[in-house]
Design a protein around this ligand. Structure first.
Ligand SMILES: *[C@@H]1O[C@H](CO)[C@@H](O)[C@H](O)[C@H]1NC(C)=O
Ligand SMILES: *[C@@H]1O[C@H](CO)[C@@H](O)[C@H](O)[C@H]1NC(C)=O
Ligand SMILES: *[C@@H]1O[C@H](CO)[C@@H](O)[C@H](O)[C@H]1NC(C)=O
Ligand SMILES: *[C@@H]1O[C@H](CO)[C@@H](O)[C@H](O)[C@H]1NC(C)=O
Length: 150
């Protein structure tokens, strides 16, 4: 029994650093993010779990090197290579997501958005691609991370 407990504890300590889920930069152009956090996940989780019938908040801390007058969030769930639009309650990132537009070069910005994980969503693994686009349709930031809907 003691042995089992020890093993469990050791695995508990080791797993996060080995399997922590990874947020990729998928083509941020004029901007770059310093970190991305998701309310339902720890950075040490092997995969970010999104619970059905819940609301999840995503935060992106970023900077930009150009002036962006207007910023729109575009989110896709990528299922077996196929990007499927993930509707947001308010895609206008200048409106209710903590950004004061126009974005100015060199400033630090904190974008925050809450999105629903509907009961009707399937229980699957997928990747989420979260883009903040400027008015020319160019990515200011693009973050890609694996999630599991449960
Ligand atoms: C939008 O992003 C592109 C690419 O980073 C940049 O060249 C442009 O100045 C930005 N702003 C506008 C208003 O297009
Ligand atoms: C993310 O970055 C911002 C600004 O750099 C910082 O204030 C915040 O504490 C960071 N959060 C995490 C979870 O690292
Ligand atoms: C979904 O969430 C709502 C509000 O949190 C709750 O009242 C309801 O019971 C939940 N439904 C299921 C099937 O979990
Ligand atoms: C900014 O983009 C949103 C769409 O996300 C649009 O509804 C709004 O009119 C735009 N604002 C300006 C000032 O262009």
């Amino acid at each position: 029994m003691k042995h089992v407990t020890f093993i469990t504890v050791v695995w508990g300590l080791m797993l996060p650093s080995i399997f922590s889920f990874h947020i990729q930069d998928c083509g941020s152009k004029a901007g770059s993010f310093t970190n991305v956090t998701i309310s339902s996940c720890e950075g040490t989780d092997p995969v970010c779990v999104l619970k059905k019938n819940s609301s999840v908040t995503l935060d992106i801390y970023f900077t930009t090197s150009v002036t962006d007058n207007n910023v729109t969030a575009e989110v896709h769930g990528i299922i077996q290579g196929l990007p499927i639009p993930w509707p947001l309650p308010d895609p206008n990132a200048c409106h209710s997501s903590g950004l004061t537009c126009p974005l100015q070069p060199g400033n630090n910005y904190h974008y925050t958005a809450t999105f629903p994980v509907l009961k009707s969503y399937p229980r699957i693994h997928l990747e989420v691609k979260w883009e903040l686009k400027n008015e020319s349709g160019n990515d200011v930031v693009c973050a890609l991370f694996p999630v599991r809907i449960m």
